[in-house]
Design a protein around this ligand. Sequence first.
Ligand code: NAD
Length: 280
Amino acid sequence: MDKLINGKEVSKKIREELKKEIESFPRKPSLVVIQVGNDSASEIYVKNKEKAALEIGIDFKHIKYEENVKEEEIINKIKELNDNDDIDGILVQLPLPKHLNETKIINTIDPNKDVDGLTITNMGKLMNKMDGLVSCTPLGVIELLKAYNVEIKGKHVIIVGRSNLVGKPLIHLFLNNDATVTVCHSKTENLSEYTKQADILVVAVGKKNLITRDMVKKDAVVIDVGINREDGKIYGDVYYLDVFDKVSLITPVPGGVGPMTVTMLFKNVIKSYKNKITSK
Ligand code: NAD
């Protein structure tokens, strides 16, 4: 099992450190999660965040709106939270229902409280290698690679997926770590011609078993971000059993990137809390 990148274990260690750090703070850092509607995956994600937040000592508030909520109501709530000094982090659980303008809502969040790193300010900071809040899943991917001493510098990284949440921030995180980066997406022709070149292959698509044995290079490091639910089970985007003995390291799904995402969220909440204290 020494090929396994155990996100659960790495996560546990980081969360223990964060918990200790929080115990030394005069007040608990606080996170507000805004959820709209009853998307079943979102329900699970928000519950998981709440449970884990309480475990490490983060004050967690959950604001839930009906599916048909007016955009203005959410915008006004975010403005109110921006102005509230007791709130350190604001996260809008995605996806939002179609009638809501996701970009407008996200960019109403004060960039200093944008713990998902999705505002144009934080995205721009990342592009410019400036200190800001970075999207949690991409941060988690880099932390996992570092935890397993995977050299990133000079390596050819192939990212499959170009979303604002995962693929795009990853491009810059890898570039900032001196990798050579290629990005593939839904319109890429001959996907396997690219994936086969990867020293580090990161897949964030949302299609079970998209990546098979013939599509990976021998001894590649494979990071599977995908989450696909089928018959009550969770699968990644990589056909894990098919590629396992060909690669040098691989994340399982579940238990790989997922736990790191939540851990990085807490890291961001603490960062935002500390920035506020030091800027006073
Ligand atoms: P998204 O739907 O926004 O983006 C998917 C990307 O995949 C797009 O850029 C698209 O171009 C690309 N794509 C689609 N079909 C493709 C194909 N056949 N070949 C190559 N590329 C293709 O999704 P997202 O928010 O980036 O999430 C991607 C996956 O990662 C989902 O399964 C999601 O559930 C999962 N996810 C996991 C975590 C975690 O913590 N583990 C966090 C976020 C997202």
